[in-house]
Design a protein around this ligand. Structure first.
Ligand code: HMG
Ligand code: MG
Length: 279
C-alpha cells in the first residue's frame, strides 16, 4: 500500500496569517500536540524578516521551547542566508527556500525578481550543504497569481527543475490562491513531471474554493506522495490577497486513507487539536 507523507504547515502557513497576537506558549503547545499524532514533518515557523511577518517574530523562542520528537523533522522557511543562519542556530532539521512562478508575487512577497531570488539562494545552498541541512523548495502561484493572472505551466516546470538542480531534495508546488481545478492541475502535472520525477514533488493546495482534495487526487494519479496541509485548514499568505488556508490536515488524512493509502497519522488526535486551535 502506498505511503503518503503529510507535511504539516499549520504552525507556519496557518499562524503567519492570523491577525491576533498568538502567545509563543500557544504556538509551542500546538507543535507539541501535532508531534504526537504520527506526523513526520512539521513546518514550525519562519526565519524571515520579522517586519514582513510579525506573527512569526518569535521563531527563535518557538524552536527553543518545543519538545522535539525523534520521528519528526522540524522545518522552517528561510528566504536568504540570514534566515538560514538563524535556522541553523535554532537547530532546525530542514529549511525551505521559496520563490514564485510570477514576478508580481515575487516582488510583493520577497521584494525581488525571480532571478534575484535565485541569486539569494546560491550562498544559502552552499552553506546548507556544508552544514548538512536538507533544503526543500517552494514555488508559489503554480496556477494563477493575484497580480499577474494565469501562470504558464512551462515556467513552473522550468523553475522546479532549477530548484532541484541547485540542490533542493523536493519541490512543493503551491496553488497559493486555490484557483486550480482538475484540468489545470492535470496540465501542470504533465509539464512538471516531464522535467522532474514525481518522487521529488509535493503538492501545496490552498482550499479557497474547496477544490484542494480533487486537485490532490490528480496529483496522486501522477504518482506524487507528499502533500502539505494545515491543521484545521488555517492560513493563507499575507502577500496574496484573497488566499485562504491550506487543505485541512484532518480532512486530507481521512481522504487519502479512504482511498486506501497509509499515512501513519491518528486522525482522531488531529480532530481534537483542530477543535482547540489558537485564534
Ligand atoms: P528586504 O527588506 O528586501 O531585505 O526583505 P534586505 O535584505 O534589504 O534586509 C532588510 C532588513 O531585514 C535588514 O535589517 C536585514 O538584516 C533584515 P536592518 O538592516 O534593516 O535592521 N533581514 C532579516 N531579518 C531576519 N531574518 C531574515 C532576514 N533577511 C533580511 N531572514 C526578505 C527581503 C526576503 C527578507 C523579506 O521580503 C521577507 O522576509 N519576506 C518573507 C515574506 C514571507 O514570509 N511570506 C510568507 C511565506 S511564503 C508563503 O506563504 C507561500 C507558501 O506557503 C507557498 C504557497 O502557498 O504558495 C510557501
Ligand atoms: Mg502556502
Amino acid at each position: 500500500m502506498r505511503h503518503i507523507t503529510i507535511f504539516e504547515v499549520g504552525p507556519r502557513d496557518g499562524l503567519q496569517n492570523i491577525k491576533n497576537n498568538i502567545a509563543t506558549a500557544d504556538k509551542v503547545a500546538l507543535i507539541n500536540a501535532l508531534s504526537k499524532t504520527g506526523l513526520a514533518k512539521i513546518e514550525a515557523t519562519s526565519f524571515v524578516n520579522p517586519k514582513w511577518i510579525p506573527q512569526l517574530a518569535d521563531a527563535k523562542e518557538v524552536m527553543a521551547q518545543i519538545e522535539r520528537h525523534k520521528q519528526v523533522d522540524y522545518a522552517v522557511l528561510t528566504p536568504n542566508l540570514v534566515g538560514l543562519e538563524r535556522a541553523i542556530a535554532a537547530k532546525a532539521d530542514e529549511v525551505a527556500i521559496f520563490t514564485s512562478a510570477s514576478e508580481g508575487f515575487c516582488q510583493a512577497n520577497l521584494n525581488c525578481t525571480i532571478e534575484q531570488s535565485f541569486e539569494r539562494f546560491a550562498p544559502l545552498m552552499q552553506k546548507a550543504k556544508s552544514a548538512g541541512i536538507k533544503v526543500r523548495g517552494y514555488i508559489s502561484n503554480i496556477i494563477e497569481c493575484p497580480f499577474d493572472g494565469v501562470t504558464d505551466p512551462a515556467i513552473v516546470a522550468n523553475l522546479t527543475k532549477r530548484l532541484i538542480n541547485i540542490g533542493c531534495y523536493e519541490v512543493s508546488l503551491g496553488d497559493t490562491l486555490g484557483k486550480g481545478d482538475k484540468n489545470s492541475v492535470k496540465t501542470l502535472m504533465q509539464h512538471v513531471t516531464k522535467q522532474v520525477p514525481a518522487q521529488q514533488l509535493a503538492g501545496h493546495f490552498h482550499d479557497t474554493y474547496g477544490r484542494a482534495l480533487e486537485n490532490i487526487d490528480v496529483c496522486l494519479e501522477f504518482g506524487l506522495s507528499v502533500f502539505d496541509s494545515s491543521i484545521g485548514g488555517i492560513g493563507g499568505c499575507p502577500y496574496a490577497p484573497g488566499a485562504k488556508g491550506n487543505v485541512a490536515t484532518e480532512q486530507l488524512v481521512q481522504h487519502v486513507e479512504s482511498l486506501g493509502f497509509k499515512t501513519g497519522i491518528d486522525v482522531a488526535s488531529l480532530r481534537d487539536i483542530a477543535q482547540n486551535l489558537p485564534h
